[in-house]
Ligand binder design. Structure first.
Ligand SMILES: Cc1cc2nc3c(=O)[nH]c(=O)nc-3n(C[C@H](O)[C@H](O)[C@H](O)COP(=O)(O)O)c2cc1C
Length: 370
């Protein structure tokens, strides 16, 4: 059976993380993933967009069995209790993904404080709700809060430089996210084949684990990540296209239908983002090239400098998803979409991934080692 240090650290059965995919709801996906023996991650950033994107917020609240009038801390509390209730009998392990970029810090604080409070008030939850996964910002400064409360701390990075900063900050599990990955990608792209072993070599040791993200979607790629020195993989796009996933049907079907070179990079709210290739996203890429070329040149801009017509286009296009409007929809996904051809149940999918990875690792030994 495949087992790694990630399993020992968190108590999950298989060394796989179901990625948090905000601002969209992962409430049901997280339950299914945790019950299938991998780490389920709830996204939380959907709770930041109550006023600007109520369709995102409402879907989050609805799937989390919360109330639209609840404040964000109350919604998170309800979602955490619901996730615990639905995973505890199967021994499921879960966590939350919290974006900590500078402009979101006031929300991140609320999310992390709420997580700590809810777990303190429900001691058995500690056996299930084990992880805080921070992303999109500087990890330095969060250690005392997260580790002090007894959580396992994970943080995602796009470079060796950022991985070294995580190590300095005291992160337990550093997730190296290659340019293949879905939705937000880094300004300066490095792909998993280079990034993952480079991060392993730079930071992996007795105390610091490394996980690969970006392009991992099956047994073959899980086995490859382990061969590259990782302790496991995080998969986003693969989990998005599953029966239990909370994503809109047109999005899931878009991932399954994507073929060879089925994604592209264009602007996406806070920087470069990978979208399914459609006439709508091609139009957005052309607009990006004209109005925000830094996306393709590694030259960051932000909300103070970016042409807001791009952001407006993105907001309209995300709204179109919730309206089921395929022509106007922009749907994020990783390059792995071209390798995904089905929409399985999460547990069946995990079993196939793990079985295939085990067979591949065994066959490599018999085929290539004399
Ligand atoms: C639709 C979508 C939304 C995402 N949102 C977030 C997010 O809110 N926070 C985050 O850390 N990563 C986010 N990601 C990135 C994933 O967590 C993960 O790292 C990535 O999907 C891995 O690459 P893969 O898609 O090739 O599996 C998102 C990815 C997708 C596809």
């Amino acid at each position: 059976m495949i087992k790694s240090r990630l399993c020992d650290l968190t108590g999950i059965k298989y060394p796989i993380i179901q990625a948090g995919m905000g601002p969209f709801s992962n409430n049901n996906l997280c339950v299914a993933a945790a019950n299938a023996g991998v780490l389920g991650l709830l996204s939380t950033s959907g709770l930041f967009s109550k006023d600007e994107q109520p369709w995102v917020y409402n879907a989050f609240v609805e799937s989390g069995e919360a109330n639209v009038n609840d404040d964000m801390a109350t919604v998170l509390e309800k979602v955490l209790k619901r996730t615990y209730r639905l995973t505890k009998d199967k021994g499921g392990i879960f966590g939350i993904n919290v974006m900590v970029s500078a402009e979101l810090v006031k929300y991140s604080q609320v999310m992390i404080d709420t997580a700590i409070k809810v777990r303190e008030e429900n001691p058995d939850m500690k056996n299930h709700f084990k992880v805080i996964f921070t992303s999109a910002g500087d990890p330095v400064g969060w250690k005392d809060k997260i580790k002090g409360a007894g959580f396992t701390w994970m943080h995602v990075v796009p470079s060796v430089k950022a991985a070294l900063r995580c190590k300095k900050a005291g992160v337990d599990v550093i997730v190296a996210s290659g340019h293949e990955g879905g939705f937000h990608t880094s300004w300066e792209p490095v792909h998993s084949m280079i990034l993952l072993p480079a991060v392993v070599e730079a930071v992996s040791d007795d105390k610091t684990l490394v996980v690969g993200a970006g392009g991992f979607c099956d047994g073959r790629t899980l086995a490859a990540a382990l061969a590259l020195g990782a302790d496991g993989v995080q998969m986003g796009t693969r989990f998005l296209a599953t029966q239990e996933s909370d994503f809109h049907q047109i999005w899931k079907e878009g991932v399954v239908a994507a073929g060879d070179r089925g994604t592209l990079v264009a602007r996406g709210f806070v920087g470069p983002a990978r979208w399914l290739k459609t006439p709508r996203s091609v139009e957005h890429a052309k607009n990006t090239l004209q109005k925000s070329p830094g996306v393709f040149l590694g030259a960051p801009d932000d909300y103070t400098t970016v042409d807001m017509s791009l952001i407006k286009f993105e907001i309209e296009s995300i709204k179109a998803v919730y309206e089921g409007n395929k022509e106007k929809a922009l749907m994020a996904a990783g390059e792995a979409a071209q390798r995904i051809n089905d929409m399985p149940k999460v547990n069946d999918m995990v079993q196939v991934i793990v079985r295939d990875a085990e067979n591949i690792l065994r066959s490599i030994q018999t085929k290539y080692l004399t």
